[in-house]
Design a binder for this molecule. Structure first.
Ligand SMILES: [Zn+2]
Length: 229
């Protein structure tokens, strides 16, 4: 409430797992206690009091080098999300997931998810099986997202490459606390410095967790590219 007036809030970041999709690759349900058969009413499901939620799906579940399970899994997931949202249209809208590791397939999946299933945006991780989002192989996906005018929600997976060093061990769950925003920062920095955002100026990206560390260091990024162009 602001000055006695109710203000509409949109929670852009919520997670869900579709059991039928997880079953395609035998992925365990991480929190089976939270399983919801169907959304029961207008004020259940997101638990955070937002007027509207968008679902963000984690990418690790979806990185399969084989296009067949990736296609099946994503079809199930996006269609189930569309069903879930259709049951509570005043509460939930969803992001599509696509098989970014197969960019041509991803473009088709995105078109289908937005135009046919009426999902509202695209959810991506901060990297794709060790490759940066700025890699030119993903250009066709960004071109399609730009053409569709949708929002891209980027959720990191952490900096798994750092974990073998042991530097994120110990108290504080640093793999999450630092690793997640660090991956976001790396991904966004590459998208900027590799020129991806210049090539696709219409892209709309919302990066989870406040954009990682990038906003705090924007002046440093500017200074470095001036000094070391
Ligand atoms: Zn999250």
């Amino acid at each position: 409430m602001i000055n006695g007036k109710r203000v509409k809030t949109v929670d852009v970041h919520a997670h869900c797992i579709v059991p039928e999709a997880a079953a395609v690759i035998n992925h365990p349900l991480e929190a089976p206690g939270l399983f919801v058969e169907q959304p029961a009413g207008p004020h259940r499901g997101d638990g955070r009091g937002g007027d509207r939620c968008r679902g963000a799906q984690h990418q690790p579940l979806l990185v399969s080098r084989n296009a067949t399970p990736a296609a099946e899994l994503i079809k199930i997931q996006n269609e189930k999300l569309a069903e879930f949202c259709a049951a509570t249209p005043d509460r939930f809208v969803a992001f599509a997931t696509v098989a970014l590791q197969h960019p041509d397939l991803a473009v088709e999946q995105l078109q289908y998810a937005i135009k046919t299933l009426e999902l509202r945006g695209l959810s991506v991780g901060g990297s794709v099986a060790g490759q940066e989002l700025a890699d030119p192989k993903f250009h066709p996906v960004w071109a399609k997202a730009e053409e569709l005018g949708i929002l891209i929600f980027m959720h990191p997976l952490g900096t798994r490459e750092l974990e073998p060093s042991g530097r994120l061990k110990g108290s504080g769950l640093l793999t999450n606390t630092i690793g997640n925003p660090l991956e976001t920062t790396i991904a966004l920095s590459h998208l900027i410095f590799e020129g991806t955002l210049d090539r696709f100026p219409g892209l709309k990206i919302c990066a989870a967790h406040g954009g990682g560390f990038l906003p705090s260091y924007a002046n440093r990024s500017d200074a470095v590219i001036t000094t070391f162009p």
